[in-house]
Design a protein around this ligand. Sequence first.
Ligand SMILES: Cc1cc2nc3c(=O)[nH]c(=O)nc-3n(C[C@H](O)[C@H](O)[C@H](O)COP(=O)(O)OP(=O)(O)OC[C@H]3O[C@@H](n4cnc5c(N)ncnc54)[C@H](O)[C@@H]3O)c2cc1C
Length: 406
Amino acid sequence: MLNQTVVIVGAGHAGAELAHALRKEGFEGRVVLACDEPHFPYQKPPLSKDYLKGGGGEPLLLKAEALYEKMGIELKLGARVAEIDRDDRSVRFEDGESLGYDHLVLATGARNRRPPVPGLDDPAVMELRGLDHCRTILSRTPELEHVAVVGAGFIGLEMAAFLREKGKVVDVVEMADRVMARAVSETVSDWFLALHLRMGTKVHLNTGVTGVRHEGAGALVDLSDGGSLKAGAVLLAAGVVPNVEIARQAGLEVADGIVVDEMLLTADPAISAIGDCAFFPSAYTGGSVRLESVQNANDQARAVARRLTGNPAPYTNLPWFWSNQGPARLQIAGLSTGYDEAVLRGLPADDKFSVFLYRQGRLVAVESVNAPGDHMAARRIIERGVPVPPEAATDLSTDLKALAKG
Ligand SMILES: Cc1cc2nc3c(=O)[nH]c(=O)nc-3n(C[C@H](O)[C@H](O)[C@H](O)COP(=O)(O)OP(=O)(O)OC[C@H]3O[C@@H](n4cnc5c(N)ncnc54)[C@H](O)[C@@H]3O)c2cc1C
């Protein structure tokens, strides 16, 4: 299908990477990259990190503007796909325009989850997913004294650290009994909780937000423990939900994301799904997962580009992730789902350590705090299935880099 038409819906990390990867793989047909956002495709992680700290300006682009024209990629910005017509093999945009495809790739990403809490539509409530959100936060930050962050996941905590560095009073409210509970081991949760407390953030664990009430220029945030917080703004960071609506409406199977097989194909051989919106069989857990990471978006895009240019292979890339919170860098290699043993390499008290996580004796994930060398080695070790018994992992004289190479 080297000279057919590929339409990509969503120009985030996955969509933009796919468009360019198709050209690199020799695809000569038409490539249309359509996105509802009006901005040139930009990088999202800096929105809670360097872009925010730098005070805004132009975002870091995913690819230089000139490359789209040079690579013959038709970019349709501010163009929301409202419907897929699978019989006709076309998509219909919100403005009524239709566009035919030979292959359609859904790279629609995710949006912030809005828990069923009264008052979340109050103007004091902010969120962070895209550039416009980030610009709103930046424009409001100077006037704020106190911010309540709902959710102690990666983004909630990155934002809490940023706001503390700006001298704001910060309360983080989290339903779970520890921070980043869905994603990291207890040791890493505990270390980051201590870090945020040291930075002066108040963290309310085992606590839900039951309502937001407008008050003056800000809001009163009601908590499940009966208390309430008076804040100039509320930052909603309670996780995301995948953008699956157009897939569902087209009759494609949807679970925690658009269901695809190990080739990242839906049940319709003319439609693939990649990135934050895709629910795919993981080579590392034995079940299907949906991941929210730049690595996943990029690697799935490249896998689909190879398939569409005649080199199909099951998607098996090792997941990895990072998060910067204040002075700390967390890096995760692998997926810890169902781990039954955790051992430490280095000491949390030294602010530099890794947690090696095993499932039935097999190393499945490594979480590294301020230990980039461990992380890089762990990625190769897990990918290659190099055996590293727990005793060897904890022994600092074990040369992980050498093991990774071997
Ligand atoms: C603030 C922030 C910080 C992050 N930090 C990290 C980090 O440190 N490390 C990391 O690995 N990951 C991080 N992530 C996650 C990472 O950015 C996502 O995993 C990645 O963006 C997923 O790429 P994607 O292309 O699947 O989705 P997205 O980047 O969300 O792009 C999807 C695009 O599709 C558009 N779209 C949706 N529906 C339609 C439609 N019907 N028609 C047209 N367009 C549509 C959306 O508006 C969006 O522009 C962060 C995310 C955020 C928001």
